[in-house]
Design a protein around this ligand. Sequence first.
Ligand SMILES: *[C@@H]1O[C@H](CO)[C@@H](O)[C@H](O)[C@H]1NC(C)=O
Ligand SMILES: *[C@@H]1O[C@H](CO)[C@@H](O)[C@H](O)[C@H]1NC(C)=O
Ligand SMILES: *[C@@H]1O[C@H](CO)[C@@H](O)[C@H](O)[C@H]1NC(C)=O
Ligand SMILES: *[C@@H]1O[C@H](CO)[C@@H](O)[C@H](O)[C@H]1NC(C)=O
Ligand SMILES: *[C@@H]1O[C@H](CO)[C@@H](O)[C@H](O)[C@H]1NC(C)=O
Ligand SMILES: *[C@@H]1O[C@H](CO)[C@@H](O)[C@H](O)[C@H]1NC(C)=O
Ligand SMILES: *[C@@H]1O[C@H](CO)[C@@H](O)[C@H](O)[C@H]1NC(C)=O
Ligand SMILES: *[C@@H]1O[C@H](CO)[C@@H](O)[C@H](O)[C@H]1NC(C)=O
Ligand SMILES: *[C@@H]1O[C@H](CO)[C@@H](O)[C@H](O)[C@H]1NC(C)=O
Ligand SMILES: *[C@@H]1O[C@H](CO)[C@@H](O)[C@H](O)[C@H]1NC(C)=O
Ligand SMILES: *[C@@H]1O[C@H](CO)[C@@H](O)[C@H](O)[C@H]1NC(C)=O
Ligand SMILES: *[C@@H]1O[C@H](CO)[C@@H](O)[C@H](O)[C@H]1NC(C)=O
Length: 459
Amino acid sequence: MPFCPPYAMSRPPLYFFYLLFCFFSLISGIQPADLQILMKLKSALQTSNCTSAFKSWESSNSMCNFTGITCNSDGSVTEIELSRQNLTGVLPLDSICQLQSLEKLSFGFNNLHGPIMDDLNTCVKLLYLDLGNNLFLGWSAPDISSLSQLQYLYLNRSGLSGSFPWKSFQNMTGLVRLSLGHNLFNPSPFPNDVLQLTNLTWIHLSNCSIQGTIPAEIGNLKEFINLELSCNNMTGEIPVEIGNLVNLWQLDLSNNSFTGKLPVGLRNLSKLERLDVSMNSIEGDLSELRLLSNLVSLELFQNKFSGQLPTEFGEFKKLVNLTLNKNNFTGPLPQNLGSWAKFEKISVSYNFFTGPIPPDICKQGTIKGLFMHHNNLTDEIPANFVNCTTLLEFRINDNLLSGTVPAGIWGLPNLLIFDISFNSIEGPITSDIKHAKSLVALRAENNRLSDRRRVRAEV
Ligand SMILES: *[C@@H]1O[C@H](CO)[C@@H](O)[C@H](O)[C@H]1NC(C)=O
Ligand SMILES: *[C@@H]1O[C@H](CO)[C@@H](O)[C@H](O)[C@H]1NC(C)=O
Ligand SMILES: *[C@@H]1O[C@H](CO)[C@@H](O)[C@H](O)[C@H]1NC(C)=O
Ligand SMILES: *[C@@H]1O[C@H](CO)[C@@H](O)[C@H](O)[C@H]1NC(C)=O
Ligand SMILES: *[C@@H]1O[C@H](CO)[C@@H](O)[C@H](O)[C@H]1NC(C)=O
Ligand SMILES: *[C@@H]1O[C@H](CO)[C@@H](O)[C@H](O)[C@H]1NC(C)=O
Ligand SMILES: *[C@@H]1O[C@H](CO)[C@@H](O)[C@H](O)[C@H]1NC(C)=O
Ligand SMILES: *[C@@H]1O[C@H](CO)[C@@H](O)[C@H](O)[C@H]1NC(C)=O
Ligand SMILES: *[C@@H]1O[C@H](CO)[C@@H](O)[C@H](O)[C@H]1NC(C)=O
Ligand SMILES: *[C@@H]1O[C@H](CO)[C@@H](O)[C@H](O)[C@H]1NC(C)=O
Ligand SMILES: *[C@@H]1O[C@H](CO)[C@@H](O)[C@H](O)[C@H]1NC(C)=O
Ligand SMILES: *[C@@H]1O[C@H](CO)[C@@H](O)[C@H](O)[C@H]1NC(C)=O
């Protein structure tokens, strides 16, 4: 075969079939049929023993009936939805993106590896792309500027690294959700290109090396319901423009280096249910949060907050987790804390709180963790606490508490850890402690307990 180029000899099978394939494509004048492309996908990914995803992918079945496949009325594939299918292998985007009508490509929560091929750029009709929660370890994300129709993009927790092609968002004006968190991208400032995308409702850019300040223009993205920027290296103050995002449901800025006060205007975020600014250096008081009565989770620990807690916190009916530990708060705790809310966890430890322990904390019968240690709380343990039967951990050590431990509390049935050490508590340890079947650690030393034993037990 003198006309045969030499390199055809060096890679016989693949090249040969490719030529054959091109030949038939040419004479039939069509793109490879959708079915062939799906079969290629199946063979590329059918490497896991525990996947049942492709059971129905047999040529005896209609392609549009394959698990995870959706077709349009012309019988062309529009959606591939194969998330959470234990798939392994390298995604053959070079062939997948030849599906002419493909709008949704969803492979989240699998074990795909290898590169995300540049061919992704030919999937120009995509509205929905989910490659999140995979193992593309060591690969960088390709430029995706040509996917200008995209509305949903999930690449979070997928092992990507290198510099992210932020410019790709310039013309992606319809983008609604953007999740890129938990990847090892090169450090980058907050991507200005997303600030023009006025349909955005969801940004998840936690733990992906964003640095510098939050730009004031964030306030233009009025549709935001979720803004997650935790675990980055961000600095400066939280911009007042955040107060324009009146649809916010969650704001997570935790574990950065933010400074200054909570901005005036935060009070406007009446739909806010989850606020986490823990592990920063934020100062000032909480008066901006006074009216945010839809809060479910309020996490402010490890900052430099000071002042008294708004008494309104005691009226919040949905509050489940309240963590204020390691700040400089002073004054009393709102005394009706727990009267309404089904708390799971309250932590106010390592502050300068004074006054009594709110008596109704266990009223709703839900709380599991109560951490009040290292404050200057006074008075007795409330008698109502005999009803704290759901409590697993109860720490009130290093306060100025006095009186006796009310009947029943030594014997709370689910307590694992009970620490009242370093107070001025008196009286005996009563025999009902025999009901404390789960107790792992009891500390009561440095009190005025009547048996004059220094109690420290690791059961
Ligand atoms: C599939 O299972 C067989 C035997 O159970 C095992 O030898 C093989 O390594 C497995 N293959 C994969 C890809 O897990
Ligand atoms: C994925 O694997 C897990 C455990 O190996 C199994 O329980 C589950 O059914 C598998 N899921 C699918 C869709 O095959
Ligand atoms: C798809 O499957 C259903 C039953 O599972 C069958 O009734 C239907 O005819 C199939 N459609 C095609 C196009 O094969
Ligand atoms: C992360 O990606 C998955 C899909 O892979 C998505 O379901 C999830 O909502 C994303 N997480 C966030 C916080 O955006
Ligand atoms: C966005 O569109 C403009 C105008 O069509 C074009 O000049 C620019 O290159 C596009 N940006 C990207 C990143 O594709
Ligand atoms: C933004 O959303 C609105 C309402 O859903 C829609 O009509 C509009 O087309 C979207 N804008 C873009 C650029 O896709
Ligand atoms: C941050 O992302 C890395 C991967 O880049 C991951 O290993 C780590 O667990 C993530 N950290 C958190 C707190 O989620
Ligand atoms: C955060 O950024 C500062 C300077 O901008 C740098 O010195 C520091 O090492 C960074 N920290 C981390 C954890 O990246
Ligand atoms: C918090 O209190 C400690 C101990 O009194 C003090 O050293 C520190 O300066 C205070 N910080 C702020 C921000 O008020
Ligand atoms: C409350 O905190 C616990 C962990 O301390 C967590 O498991 C739970 O999901 C949180 N609940 C809410 C509603 O955020
Ligand atoms: C408790 O009060 C004493 C004296 O009033 C003060 O010295 C101490 O710093 C306070 N401790 C806490 C944790 O508030
Ligand atoms: C404990 O709860 C029961 C039932 O809700 C109630 O009758 C009782 O008065 C409570 N005890 C205390 C000391 O609050």
